[in-house]
Design a protein around this ligand. Structure first.
Ligand code: ASP
Ligand code: MG
Length: 459
């Protein structure tokens, strides 16, 4: 039976008005048999984690106070959506959940220890609550909504806070617990991000995991499409704050979208929808504040159109670390020693370029860098320089078009360019510039490569 998955992120369910918009959007799709996956209301997961840590540090009062304000926000949202009569019943259910959370926080602060397992117990309240409220709101708005506890469907291992889905069992449960609801004409609503292990203990699958949940559900039920509803119109040719004339990309390949996400484009990270992509299920990024916009479709093989690049991503606040080994050249084991130092300081590297005697690496600027540099100084001469930005031009056409680098750098002949790399994936051209030159560089490149757009690919 054809069906779809519609996932709504935190901002799409942030308050009663947002949830009303969601109900209207889902109503429009009823004939397509949607399963709805929701995030916690915006910022709720952060708040839950803050209160869990407060409790773990023995700050019981702080934790309980945060819990109160969260309770108020959920009560207010639910009562606005449901009206007094319906809210009376629902109130008791929410009340029981908050009593549970309260008790949990008191327990954590009494013990004064917060384990990953307990963290997941607390974090799961966000999606538990939002999914219940959205399901109730659907019913109040004439949709046949039914709440499904995601923890009874998504089976994971026991790596708390970053649990790995167990696909076979999960798919079985999707068939036995979710599909019958669709068959009965209902609209199942479940929380993303949360699951449970085989023993039934609550787990979460990692921050931002609701997209992943949606992909798992869609892949398991053989969805025709997965819709990721956010608060932007889709994936754009570049950051619209830098280039107001950035345009929407109608269709993009999975690999291209992955490169963009990696280099700073603020869109869904395609790795999280891998289960869908592997099954060739198209994923759409859509805007719940502008539902008539067609968004961006992500598929395995996308038309390339006549433009060389699909998009330009920029990642600011970058530091370049130069490690030079004048005496030993790049001796055996040298690179490994360098990377081990980055690993020890938990500093992730984006771009690497090497010469015979030196290595340059880019990292997100952060406080660990001075300590890392001190550590590296034991191996070699180290310099680091902040206020840089990575520019990444992405497009599958790059694979078979010669002379592209000349075009790009010809445009930037008067600029200082560092660390050029044409990624191993062959679909990105990446380099580092001074951060304060970002607007000019991006605007210039956008003007050159996105002036005349192929209507098949761009809106
Ligand atoms: N609420 C969770 C988070 O903020 C999961 C999600 O929104 O995707 O990380
Ligand atoms: Mg979220």
């Amino acid at each position: 039976m054809p069906m779809i998955v519609m996932k709504f992120g935190g901002t799409s369910v942030e308050d009663a008005r947002a949830i009303e918009r969601v109900a209207a959007i889902v109503k429009d799709r009823l004939p397509q048999k949607p399963v709805v996956v929701v995030s916690a209301m915006a910022k709720v997961t952060d708040t839950l984690l803050t209160m869990a840590r407060a409790a773990g540090a023995g700050e019981r009062k702080t934790a309980l106070k945060l819990c109160r304000s969260l309770q108020e926000r959920h009560y207010n949202t639910a009562s606005e959506l449901l009206g007094t009569a319906l809210f009376t019943d629902f109130h008791a259910e929410l009340g029981a959940d908050f009593e549970g959370l309260d008790e949990l926080l008191r327990g954590i602060s009494a013990v004064g220890e917060l384990t990953p397992r307990t963290t997941d117990h607390v974090a799961a309240f966000g999606e538990m609550l939002s999914s219940k409220i959205v399901a109730a709101a659907f019913s109040a708005h004439g949709l046949n909504g039914v709440h499904v506890d995601a923890r009874e469907v998504l089976v994971t291992d026991s790596s708390y806070m970053e649990a790995a889905p167990q696909y076979e069992e999960t798919n079985e449960r999707l068939q036995t617990r979710v599909k019958p609801l669709l068959d009965a004409g209902q609209v199942p609503v479940m929380g993303g991000f949360i699951g449970s292990n085989r023993a039934g203990i609550t787990t979460t699958i990692g921050r931002g995991g609701s997209d992943f949940s949606a992909a798992i559900v869609g892949a398991g039920l053989g969805a025709e499409r997965i819709e990721i509803w956010t608060d932007v119109d889709g994936i754009l040719t570049t950051d619209p704050r830098i280039c107001p004339d950035a345009r929407r990309i109608k269709v993009i390949s999975f690999d291209e979208a992955a490169e963009l996400a990696y280099f700073g484009a603020k869109v869904l990270h395609p790795a999280t929808v891998l289960p869908a992509i592997q099954k060739n299920i198209p994923v759409y990024v859509l805007n719940s504040r502008n539902p008539s916009c067609e968004g961006t479709k992500i598929i395995t093989r996308a038309p390339q159109g006549k433009n060389i690049f699909k998009a330009i991503a920029v990642k600011k606040r970058i530091t370049i670390v130069d490690v030079a080994a004048p005496r030993m050249l790049l001796a055996h084991g040298f690179l490994r020693a360098i990377f081990e130092a980055f690993d020890r300081h938990k500093v992730a590297v984006d771009v690497v370029s090497t010469s015979e005697v030196s290595v340059s690496l880019t990292v997100d600027s952060n406080q660990a860098i001075p300590a890392l540099a001190a550590d590296l100084a034991k191996l070699a001469d180290v310099k680091y320089e902040g206020r840089k930005a990575i520019v990444c031009l992405v497009g599958e056409s790059l694979r078979d078009k010669p002379g592209v680098a000349a075009l790009v750098f010809g445009e930037l002949a008067d600029k200082k360019i560092r660390m050029i790399s044409q990624g191993a994936s062959e679909i990105n051209l990446t380099f580092v510039i001074e951060e304060d030159e970002v607007p000019e560089v991006i605007q210039r490149l956008h003007r050159t490569f996105f002036a005349d757009l192929d209507p098949e690919v761009y809106a």
